[in-house]
Design a protein around this ligand. Structure first.
Ligand SMILES: [Zn+2]
Length: 395
């Protein structure tokens, strides 16, 4: 996020330099809402068809400065690299070789790196190797072979990188066998991949099966899993870490659960920018929406929301303005959010949040509008996730 962004004029500072002046969540909220960050090679490099999330100069700077300096990480934050297997899920074979992945991890100076894996996109709890889809069987063996090569490459280079073996499977037994083999190769940190689509009961069934062969010193990482409510159960089976972007992304991707609190979720109040929202811009250009009318309604919503936050405006006046703006921009007859907004505004959850962002920005943080508000709400959600995690017993 950009710390100097002006919410009243919705403008960036004219001297802002992206990335250099912008701040990450670990630079904005305390305590830092995570213990580590995961960076995927596929996201940094981009794929054959897809461009990466990084510009070419940024990518070069990440390799040159290393992950710690690039993200301005404090020493206590752990860095984990992986290949981003979901990005090449449709390929028959992972597009990277072991040497170039180890180069990526070493040049960027990661603390830990995950072996190259190939995601299996199905779950069939009872299928053995003969019954399972041959493509799944092949992908599991590819992942195991690459894990063995990965370890050999690190040994050859006398690398200080902590290796994390990636285990794939389609069933409790196949996951357990993968973990077993990775342990035999010498891995003490094992990441379980491909579990994002699984139901919690299925993840638990896998963990129970893995537990039968898990060495006491083996620590498990769940790739891409949030399920905070199940983390304590998972922890009983050797799960020591997980990574997830969902609390952050829900701030602006979820239909209604945008603002999290310790025991609830609230819908953010949508006040799209007439000047800056691509969908709205198209509607104005096509003549479906009157720009002048939209601008007046948009400003009125913001004025009344701020007045409400200060106690000078009645809730029904705010909601009337929101209904009016919704009517003007909602030409595609999407459903109304007004009832959800009423709850958000009645309960004013941002007023009771102690995070630095809610304290500083007040009601702006629950306004769904442009990336600066939306990212701050995402950072707020991370602080809530952190405080929920603090209650979990990882003994
Ligand atoms: Zn907050």
């Amino acid at each position: 996020m950009s710390p100097t962004y002006d919410f009243l004029t919705d403008e960036y500072s004219p001297v802002r330099v992206r990335q250099r002046d912008d701040q990450y969540a670990h630079e904005v909220v305390t305590p830092i809402p995570y213990n580590g960050i995961l960076v995927s090679k596929a996201i940094v490099d981009g794929g054959e068809r897809k461009a990466g999330k990084y510009t070419e100069p940024q990518r070069a700077r990440l390799y040159r400065m290393g992950v710690r300096r690039f993200f301005r990480l404090p020493p206590e934050i752990v860095t984990l690299g992986d290949c981003g297997a979901f990005n090449y899920i449709n390929e028959e074979y992972p597009p990277y070789n072991v040497a170039e992945v180890v180069d990526f991890y070493e040049e960027c100076g990661f603390d830990e790196g995950v072996s190259i894996d190939h995601v299996i996109f199905g779950y069939e709890s009872d299928a053995d190797e003969k019954q399972a889809d041959p493509a799944w069987v092949k992908r599991r063996h590819i992942s195991l072979d690459l894990a063995e090569d990965f370890l050999a490459e690190l040994r050859k280079r006398r690398s200080r990188l902590i290796p994390v073996g990636a285990a794939q499977g389609w069933s409790p037994a196949s996951y357990a066998d993968s973990v077993n083999r990775l342990q035999q190769m010498g891995y003490r940190r094992i990441a379980l991949g491909g579990m994002v689509p699984l139901k919690t009961a299925e993840i638990l069934a896998c963990l129970e099966e893995i537990e039968k062969i898990r060495a006491p010193e083996t620590e498990l990482h769940l790739l891409g899993i949030t399920r905070v409510e199940s983390m304590e159960l998972f922890a009983n089976f050797g799960v020591r870490s997980f990574d997830s972007t969902s609390a952050f992304r829900q701030a602006f991707m979820d239909d209604r659960n945008n603002y999290h609190t310790r025991d609830s979720m609230f819908t953010a109040v949508r006040v799209p920018q007439v000047d800056g929202n691509p969908a709205l811009k198209r509607q104005i250009l096509s003549g479906a929406v009157s720009q002048a009318e939209a601008v007046v309604a948009e400003r009125e919503c913001l004025r009344l929301l701020r007045g409400y936050d200060q106690g000078n405006v009645r809730i029904d006046d705010v909601l009337d303005a929101l209904v009016n703006y919704e009517r003007i921009v909602n030409t595609s007859k999407k459903r109304s959010y007004i009832d959800l907004y009423r709850r958000t505004l009645e309960e004013t959850p941002w007023k009771s949040c102690s995070c630095a962002l809610c304290q500083k920005h007040g009601i702006e943080i629950i306004i769904f509008r442009g990336s600066e508000r939306n990212k701050r709400r995402g950072f707020h959600n991370l602080t809530i996730l952190r405080s929920k995690m603090n209650d979990i017993d990882f003994a």
